[in-house]
Each structure stands twice: as C-alpha cells, then as structure tokens.
Design a protein around this ligand. Structure first.
Ligand SMILES: *Cc1c(COP(=O)(O)O)cnc(C)c1O
Length: 344
C-alpha cells in the first residue's frame, strides 16, 4: 500500500473539518445552551451524537473490533460516496471494479466524475485477480470487491481477495453486505493486518433495518478519521441511532431470521430448479437466488401481472437470461412458486 497521504486528495489532507457544538463539549451537563436547539420536545430537540458513540460501542462489542475502526453512515451508500470524495481526484483518478456487481459503485463514480475500470468475472463468477491487477496504474485509488457478490450471489475465495489486498497499492473496498448469509467468514479479523482494507457491512439485509439507513465501514483508525472529517456532522439521526441500539440488543432475532431465510433459500433452490423453463439456479451465499431462464422478460412480466416483483438482471454482464429473486417469508416464496407453476 502507498502511504495514506499519497492516496488522499490534497484538499482532503488539508481540510479543517467543521467543528460542531457537540464536538467542542461532549460530557454530561445540566444545561445545554450551546447549539441553538429548542429546549422543548425532548429528546428530538437535541442534535444527535455526531460520532454515534453508543451505537459504535455496541457494534464494537458485537464484532470484536475497536470503536476507532468503525465509521457509520446513512446506509452503505454514504461511505461508498465518501471514499470517492476522499481519494479520487475527479477527471484524473480511477477505480477498479469487478463486473457484474452492485450498481452503486458506478453511480458514485459517475457523480464524482471518476473512471471505473471494470474487469469481468470468470465464466464461473470467480475473480480474475491478474486481470484486476493489470488494470491498475498510478491513479488507481480504490478497488471495489463485493463478496458475496450482487447479483451473482457467490462469495469469492479468501485467498484471491487477500492477494488483491496485498498487491494493490491503493485501498480495497470489500462490500460484505450479505456476509451473514454466507458460510465464509468475514475478513474483519484481518483488518489490523491489512491497512488498505475497508470492509462495508450494513443493517439493511440480515438485520432487517433497510428503512433506518445505517451502514458500517470498518477500516484503520486513519481511514475512519478521514471519512469522519468529511461526512455531514450529523449524518446519522437520533431516531436511527435509537432504533439501531434497540435492535442490536436483539441479536437472537437476527440469527433466527437468517436461519429461516437460509432454510427458505434451499427450499427455493430445489423448487426453482424443477421448472422446465429454468435452465440454471446458481448457488447462493446471499439472501437471493440468481436463475437463468429461457425468456426472462416473459417470466418477469408474467410475475408482475400476478403482483409479484423480482429483478430482471438479464442485461447485466455474464447474466444473459438471468433473474434475481430475493428470498422472502415462506408464504411469499410459496406464492412465487405457485405463480411460476402457472407460467410453466
Ligand atoms: C443492499 C446492498 C448494500 C446495502 O446498502 P445500504 O445503503 O446499506 O442499504 C450494500 N452493498 C450491496 C452489494 C448491496 O446489495
């Protein structure tokens, strides 16, 4: 890895971050007259903790990491965007990414006017490690790897990911949004070993909290400091912090949801592969299944007519004929299977 100050944009290195009232005094006090808040309507009258200390404390405990290596944002979307803003000089720097993968990396790149160099996965959806490294030059600042990958559903080999982390001179952003559904272990335990690794996780999937918008980035203390310096001061609101704390105490519920979804996933995998028009059900390490069918648009439209919505991925690289189906509750999945029976 290059030294962090060679990777960062100069304006970000030189930035003097906004200092809020809550930055300058953080302890307990009887009277707060420092932030021009309305004294009525407790507790929503108060600005939220800009560093989300309570939530981070709980996450640190749960994940076995230090609070200083946690960044929290408005979904994973926020750290993705902030990484571009911190490291990529618009019109000059580039990022390297796999193809197909999650669409948000490209959108964030486009918003920030940064080139994305895409490297196709192999035919069996594995990483082309040498291909990815070949695309890197002196202006390659970030590399996006999503594992389990959306939409292909598979985890990549840890040895391949580690080789990228070791050989890439910039920062590897490993998106583990679906890691709770995978047999593979998170690379979180390697965070101290690899200073150029940023791991993204989210409350939107296994935790069932897509609506509260809370994403996590785990990284070295130095990288977390950079992201914290450039975020909106109060990026995670009071309601979200409260709800997250509440749900973090119910880890058992999350575990039960995951178990049920994994059972449903294997039921769906078997059932879907029985249909004559289904050519392939790809193995999944996530909470969705990618299937290849003969007429994706016809299947999609038929399901819409039955008020069942799935995702047409048939125009995505390597995914010709493919549909992506989220694993729902048992009754929902049964409705899908019954509907497909009528298509068949
Ligand atoms: C769903 C998803 C996320 C989650 O995004 P949030 O902004 O946290 O809701 C992140 N990465 C991938 C690959 C996803 O599919």
């Amino acid at each position: 890895m290059k030294p962090l100050n060679q990777l960062l944009r100069t304006n970000i290195q030189n930035l003097k971050p906004y200092s809020s009232a809550r930055d300058e005094f953080t302890g307990e006090a009887a009277v707060f007259l420092d932030a021009n808040e309305n004294p009525f309507n407790e507790p929503y009258n108060r600005y939220p903790d800009p560093y989300q200390r309570k939530v981070k404390g709980k996450i640190a405990e749960l994940k076995g990491v230090d609070t200083s290596s946690i960044f929290l944002g408005n979904g994973s979307d926020e750290p993705i965007d902030l990484l571009f803003r911190a490291f990529c000089e618009p019109g000059i720097d580039n990022v390297v990414s796999i193809d197909p993968t999650y669409g948000m990396y490209q959108v964030a790149a486009d918003i920030n006017n940064v080139e994305v160099r895409k490297v196709l996965l192999t035919e069996d959806f594995e990483l082309d490690v040498d291909g990815l490294l070949d695309q890197c030059d002196d202006n390659s600042k970030l590399m996006f790897i999503c594992s389990p990958n959306n939409p292909t559903g598979n985890c990549f080999r840890e040895s391949d990911i580690v080789r990228l982390v070791k050989q890439f001179e910039g920062i590897v952003v490993l998106d583990e949004a679906y890691i709770d559904f995978a047999p593979a272990k998170s690379l979180l335990s390697k965070l101290n070993e690899y200073r150029n690794l940023v791991i993204l996780q989210t409350f939107s999937k296994a935790w069932g909290m897509a609506g509260i918008r809370l994403g996590m980035a785990f990284a070295s203390k130095e990288i977390v400091e950079v992201l914290s310096n450039i975020k909106y001061p109060y990026n995670v609101n009071v309601l979200t912090q409260e709800k997250a704390l509440e749900l973090l105490l119910c880890e058992n519920d999350k575990q039960l949801w995951v178990e049920q979804l994994l059972n449903e996933r294997s039921r769906m995998e078997k059932a879907l592969s029985q249909f004559l028009f289904v050519q392939k059900v790809y193995p999944s390490d996530a909470n969705y299944l990618l299937i290849k069918v003969i007429e994706p648009k016809a299947v999609y439209d038929f399901l819409v007519s039955k008020q069942i919505i799935i995702r047409d991925r048939s125009t995505v690289s390597l995914c010709k004929g493919c549909l992506r189906i989220t694993v729902g509750q048992s009754a929902e999945n049964s409705l899908l299977l019954e509907a497909l029976d009528q298509f068949d």
